[in-house]
Structures are given as C-alpha cells and as structure tokens.
Design a protein around this ligand. Structure first.
Ligand code: HEM
Ligand code: FES
Length: 777
C-alpha cells in the first residue's frame, strides 16, 4: 500500500494509495516490488518472473521505469518489430551518470554513438548487409582449427594441476583472444582491454552508486581511449585481415553507410559483444552440464551431442538474459497498453522457460529437438551476428574437455557471484577439480586425435541424436525384421504418439522408420524394416548387420502423420510395410473405443508383417487383402460410403497413395491423411503456396520453384549458389536482386520502403505474387 515514486515521476493514486503506471493502470504488488537488482532476479531471472508469466505477462515496473515482458511470444514479437520497438536504447546507460562522471568521460573524449545493435532502420540493415560477409558460415570454417589450438594451449597449463577456476584461467581469456583475432587487432593490446570491459557492463546495464560511477567513468574513458588508439593504428595502415579492417574498407567505399563514428563506437562495443557474452555463456554451460551429470556423461560418450547440448544450455542458462527496446508509437504488448516512448525490458531468460512454448520447460534435456528456438541471441533483424562464432568456440571448448577431463567435477559448496546488472549473467568464478592420475591422455594419448568437426551454425534438428542399443531383432515376415531399441543406461525413452517416426542412424546410413510398438511403453522403441534389394542400400545394410547389443543413434521421435483423435469414425489402410504407423493407430483407436475399419493389403500372407498381432487385436475391424489369394483391395469400393466426418489414414506404396489421392479429390477437405517422408521446409505450408518460375537473367536459366520449396532451395538444387545463413528471413544473407515481377515479401529484414521498391528479396522465404520473377543472377 506504499506509494512508489518512479523515476519518471509518476506517483501513486492519492485515493487508493496504490502506484499507477504512466498509462494510468494500477501497479500490482508484485510489479511494485519487482527490482532486477534484488537477489531473485540476479540469481535466477526466469524463476523471478514465474509469477509474471502466469499472472501478468507484461507489467510496468515503477522501480525500473520499464515495462517488463516475460512470455515467449511477446518477447519474440517485440524483437521482431524493430520499427515499432526501436533498439536505439540498447546501449543507453540504465542509471544516468552524475555530472562529475560525465566530466570524466568527456575528458577521455568518450563519444559512444550508434553501432549496429542500437541503430534504427533503414541505416541498420544497409550497414549489416555490407559487414556481414566475415560472419557467413563459409568464412567462419577456417577459424575452428586455431581456436582448438588455443583451447589446447590453455588446457595444457592446468591439466596436471587437479583443480582450477575455469573462469580466471580460461573462459575469460579465450573469447577475448578469439574476438581480437577475428577483428584483426594485434594481441599485445588484449590485456588492458580485458580489464576495462567489466566497467562497460556496469556502466551500461548496472546500478552503480555515485562513488562507483566515478571509478567506472574513469575505466570506461580509458577503455574508449585504448580502443581509439588501436583503431587509429589500423586506420593508418588499413591493409590487414579481420572484420575491423573489412569495416575500415567499407567505410572508405560507403562513408554514408559506415561512418567514422560507427568505426569509433564499434571498436569498443564489439569487444564487449564478443567477449563477455561468450565468456559468461561458456561458464554457465559448464556449470549446468556438470550439475546434470547424466547429460555430461552422455556427451563424454558421444561428443556429437555437443551442439544440441550447447543450445539447451543457452536456453536455460543464457548469458544475455534481458534486452531493451523503446516504443516509437502507442501500442500494446500481450494485452498491456504501452505509450509512445515507453521503455521495454524484454526478458529472454523468462521467455526461454515459458511453458506456452516449451514442453516441460524446467527440465534440462540435451535432446530437446527445438532448443535452438531460445531467444538468447535475440531475434529478427538484429539477431546476434556473432552467434555462430560463439557457438563454434563453445563447442570446441566443450569437445576438448569431454575428451581430456571427462572425470572433472564441480567443487562442492562454492559460492557464485554475479556482476550486478540487468542483462549479462554468468558467475565470476567456477572451481572444478579432478584427479590428474585419471587423465585419459596419460594412458591413451590418442584421445587428442580426431577431434569432432562441428558444422557452423545452429544444430540441424536432425543432428540431435540419441544413443540407443538394439535389444531384439525378430523376423516378422519374409524380408521384414522388427528391431527393438532401448536406452543404453536403462533410462526411459521419450514418449511418442501414433504416426511418429524415428530416423535410424548408423555410420553413413540414415533412414526413417515409423514406430510400431506400444504407445506409452517408454522402455523401448520398435520399428520394422523391409529389405529392399532395389532400394538405396540402407534397408539391406540394416538387415545384414543389425544384432542385439549394437549401438546406434536415432533422431526424433517426430510426428508428421498425427492421428486426429476427435473424429467419429476412421478408415485405416496399410499397404505392405506401411502397416507400421497404421498398426500403432489401430491400437490407439481400439484403446479409445473409436469405430474404425482396417484394411491391410500385401502381396501374400508370408510377406505381411505383424499378421498375428493384427488378427489377434483387430479382428473385428480387419479386412485382409492378400494378393496371392486373389483378394486385392478395390479402393473405390472399399471406400464407398464414408460416413460424415470420417477420416482416412493410409500408408503404403506410392501407387496406392496416388490412387487414394485421386479418389479423395471429391471428398471434403481434411478427410485423407497419408504418410509423407519427404523433407519439407518448415516455414512453408504447400497447401497455401503456388509454384512459380524464377528466370535468372544473367545465367539465362529458368528455375521452377514448386509449392513445397523455397526459392533458395530451388536455386541451390539448380546449382546456383546463393549464400544463406538463418534460412528464416532474419539475417539478410540470401538477398537476391529482382528485375521484374511482384514480390511477396516474407522476411523481417527489409524496411517498408525497401519492400515497396520491389527490387530485391530474401530467397530463403519470400516468394512471387504471380507466376514469374526475373532475378539478376
Ligand atoms: C547482437 C547475444 C556473441 C556480435 C546481439 C544481441 C544479443 C546478443 C542478445 C541483440 C539481438 C537483438 O537485438 O535481436 C549474444 C550472446 C553471445 C554473443 C548470448 C554469446 C553466447 C557474439 C559474438 C560476436 C557478437 C562472439 C562477434 C564476434 C554481435 C553483433 C550484434 C550482436 C555485431 C549486433 C547485430 C545487429 O544489431 O544487427 N548479440 N552475442 N555477438 N552480437 Fe552477439
Ligand atoms: Fe537469412 Fe535468408 S534472411 S538466409
């Protein structure tokens, strides 16, 4: 009931004695009490905002003078619209400096202006596109080898010691060295810069006391001066290699887009962007993994899990927990009114644990298929340009540790401290210990050979592989085996629904198989494999080699063929090995007590898998169509008289599915469901897209873009190289020039004016409005 005076000077309502926000809304007690400098937010920002995610997803914080945004969709929406929510305040001092501190900064010539992260459109995107090249995956590849050398070098210094503070000895050092080399800055300058970057964080995102403000101003001023001295040396001889030299050359060519004030500000800001973020993220990742020992052990056994594990660490323990935007107009976020000029604190750490987006958000699961959807790198046009450098560094560091120090443990009962600020989160020390006598390299020097090579970029969902063991291989029919898979440690496997499939991976082989066991039985996963001598070889390989005890990998389960359980009646049609998903569906429908007809077709009984089980469990609904007994399924007859609302689920040979699709043209929409294994782009819904032609004027080539393909995919398939990165319309890498034709823009990169000009498009997501586009390619 206390009146809270806010920094913007808004006082509580005199009648109700409760604080109100600048829009006149009452401030709830939780919102009034919220202070990001209090322990709960400093220790665990996602937990500190749990109440908000549930009760008041967007609230005004009088103590901060900001609207706080806590849910995934809202945080993403604010990131996405960088015109309505300008990033111009991203590097603003959260706590204004007293005049004496300002004087100190001025005495150092401090002149931090717009860089990239706080620049508005259209300048931002033009600049970002000019400076993007060095960040493209094909240019990052070459850095991995020397980053690994560096990591080994640091580890050699303490590998025989048995205990170390990883932050002091390594995690604070490596990202700075990597950043400097990437920028092209000579390393002699590193030590000093490292010391100052902490001051910059407190200056920008902290709440220093007036006395601390003076010391911080002094350090920030000296940081600025060091950065300028380095830049001046580079400007005097601008022939070196590295991103700062690229920027200097771009400045010479396009001084309007890359002005000198940008170079001066970025020289300092990029060190913080590249150094502290990655140092903290690495610290958080190691702490998280070492306190989830099963996950750590899984990675030690299988370092291919590292990329997905890192994404899960960035989700639950990211190093950038909140970011800032300012509303450029009156608007609403998550149902809450925000006035023009309203400042927003968008809390990624909270979004990353929003149960509306994440299954089981509090569980740390390195096999989570969508962990890379975390918002720790931001989202939209400003999404972190350095994310793939950070990922590469973190992956290489972790790969070296799981090989060389798999027996390492966190020192128990250590106290963790954090720099008091609203955005950057990571412990300032991390003590670990191990018995050096157990170091694997003392016995097996080859642990250092054949390090894992990581493909640059976010992990492809299909690369998130779980290790399984074959527990049983059984013949189910002529040429069909059933394979049961279990967890190597006897743990539960993930749950799945009828229609789901897994991808079985063994060496070079990767094949999709539908699950045909019992839903809800989490002790095993069962698949059936038909030996196809005319196929591409995978099925023959599995038939000839699989034995109980074999260790394999799987991706998934995933479900592209889900069963709608809210339908009054079903017809199920299985052709040959297509029985696998259909059998799981039949089991489910029977358990639900739903009426269904079940047609099972095959060349003859001896070739039809699971016949005993099908006849035993589904006799009442079953019609068998064994070809060699002369009873083939007559589709038009079998499917005559579908009842109202009935749905048909079918899996089988291509001929059968085509015949069904031809019949279904007269059925109501959504009646027929068939299994598709062909990969489709996740952002496209082929039912709502049309195909078009892209005429490539420079190469005298016409490329057909089908309704289930992106322009980028079609160009790549035609052998035309267009660089790409995010493949989601976020990064601007895949821009192509358009000479003719109306563009259906779907990206988040181009400004309104740029879209209206209709002369360029992002190939990864944008399409043609009409039948044809002419590209200058
Ligand atoms: C922008 C996080 C590492 C360079 C950003 C943003 C975030 C972020 C939250 C703002 C995104 C937005 O407004 O949507 C991180 C994290 C890192 C990391 C968590 C490490 C784990 C790096 C590295 C570099 C880098 C290593 C450079 C080598 C940049 C740049 C931008 C940026 C240049 C501005 C992009 C733009 O505004 O267009 N980063 N970052 N970051 N980051 Fe990173
Ligand atoms: Fe990123 Fe297309 S916008 S690849």
């Amino acid at each position: 009931s206390a009146i809270h005076r806010t920094e913007t000077g808004v006082a509580g309502c005199p009648f109700h004695q409760a604080a109100v926000s600048p829009t006149g809304c009452p401030v709830s007690p939780e919102a009034a009490a919220f202070d990001p400098f209090d322990a709960p937010y400093q220790l665990d920002p996602a937990e500190a905002l749990r109440w908000a995610r549930e009760q008041q997803p967007v609230f005004y914080s009088p103590r901060l003078g900001y609207w706080v945004v806590s849910r995934y969709e809202d945080v993403k929406a604010v990131f996405r619209d960088n015109l309505l929510f300008s990033p111009s305040i991203a590097l603003e001092k959260l706590t204004p400096a007293p005049p004496e501190a300002m004087k100190i900064l001025e005495s150092h010539g401090y002149a931090m202006r717009r860089t990239m992260v706080n620049e508005d459109e259209p300048d931002h995107m033009e600049r970002r596109r000019l400076l993007m090249e060095a960040f493209l995956p094909e240019h990052l590849e070459k850095h991995e080898a020397w980053v690994r050398e560096l990591v080994r070098d640091y580890m050699d210094r303490f590998i025989d010691k048995g205990h170390v503070d990883l932050v002091a000895e390594m995690f604070r050092e490596i990202p700075m060295t990597v950043a400097l080399r990437f920028l092209g800055v000579p390393e002699e300058d590193a030590q000093e810069l490292r010391r100052f970057s902490v001051a910059h964080t407190l200056n920008t995102w902290g709440r220093p006391s007036p006395a601390q403000q003076l010391q911080i101003a002094e350090d920030v001023g000296r940081f600025w001066q060091s950065a300028q001295a380095i830049l001046d040396r580079m400007l005097a001889e601008p022939t070196g290699e590295g991103w700062m030299y690229d920027s200097i050359r771009m400045h010479a060519e396009h001084p309007d887009i890359v002005p000198e004030s940008y170079l001066r500000s970025m020289m300092m800001a990029i060190l913080v962007a590249a150094h502290e973020t990655t140092a903290f993220a690495t610290t958080n990742a190691f702490r998280t993994l070492l306190s989830h020992r099963e996950s750590w052990n899984d990675i030690c056994e299988n370092p291919a899990l590292i990329p997905s594990a890192i994404e899960e660490c960035l989700r639950v323990a990211g190093s950038v927990v909140a970011w800032r935007r300012i509303a450029t107009d009156d608007t609403e976020v998550g149902g809450e009114k925000i006035p023009k000029g309203g400042r927003l604190l968008i809390v990624q750490a909270s979004a990353n644990q929003d149960r509306r987006h994440w299954e089981n958000p509090e569980a740390f699961d390195i096999y989570r298929h969508n962990a890379a959807e975390h918002l720790t790198f931001g989202y939209g046009a400003h999404q972190c340009m350095g994310k793939n450098i950070a990922r590469m560094e973190m992956r290489v560091i972790l790969d070296e540790f799981v090989r060389r120090l798999p027996h390492m443990q966190l020192v128990e009962d250590q106290a963790f401290e954090y720099l008091p600020n609203i955005s950057f989160r990571g412990a300032t020390s991390l003590w670990v210990e191990w018995d050096p006598a157990q170091n694997p390299e003392r016995r097996t020097p080859s642990v250092l050979e054949n390090p894992t090579h990581f493909r640059i970029g976010a992990p492809v969902k299909d690369d998130i592989l779980r290790r399984v063991v074959v527990s049983e291989v059984e013949r189910e029919a002529e040429a069909v085996i059933r394979v049961d898979l279990v967890d190597p440690h006897g743990r539960e496997l993930p749950d799945w629904s009828p229609g789901s499939h897994i991808e079985l991976v063994s060496g070079e082989w990767r094949r999709c198989y539908s699950l045909c066991g019992t839903c809800g039985d989490r002790s095993r996963l069962s698949i059936a494999i038909l030996r196809e001598p005319e196929g591409r070889g995978g099925s023959v390989h599995f038939h000839d080699t699989l034995e109980p005890g074999d260790v394999l990998h799987i991706a998934g389960p995933k479900n592209h063929f889900p069963l709608d359980e809210a339908v009054p009646r079903y017809t199920l049609i299985a052709g040959g090995i297509g029985i696998t998903p259909i059998l799981a569906m039949a089991d489910r429908l029977k358990a639900l007590g739903k009426p269904y007809a079940f047609h099972y077709c095959g060349a003859g009984r001896r070739t039809m898998a699971f016949l005993d089980r099908v006849e035993r469990d589904h006799e009442a609904a079953l019609t068998l169509h064994a070809g060699d007994e002369g009873c083939r399924l007559d589709l038009p007859r079998g499917l005559a008289g579908l009842s109202e609302g009935e749905q048909v689920y079918a899996c089988g040979p291509e001929r059968m599915l085509e015949a069904l699709e031809a019949l279904a043209v007269d059925w109501p929409e959504g009646t027929l469901h068939v299994e598709h294994f062909t990969a489709r782009s996740s952002i496209l819904d082929p039912e709502h897209e049309h195909a078009f032609d892209a005429r490539l004027a420079d190469s005298d080539l016409t490329v057909r873009v089908s309704n289930d393909q992106t322009l980028l995919e079609a160009l790549t398939a035609a052998g035309v190289d267009v660089p790409s990165d995010c493949c989601e319309g976020l990064c601007g890498t895949c821009e192509v020039a358009v000479a003719e034709g109306d563009i259906d823009h779907r990206d988040l990169v181009l400004s309104r004016a740029e879209r209206d000009a209709n002369d360029r498009m992002m190939a990864c997501c944008s399409r043609a409005k009409g039948k044809r586009l002419v590209l200058s390619l």
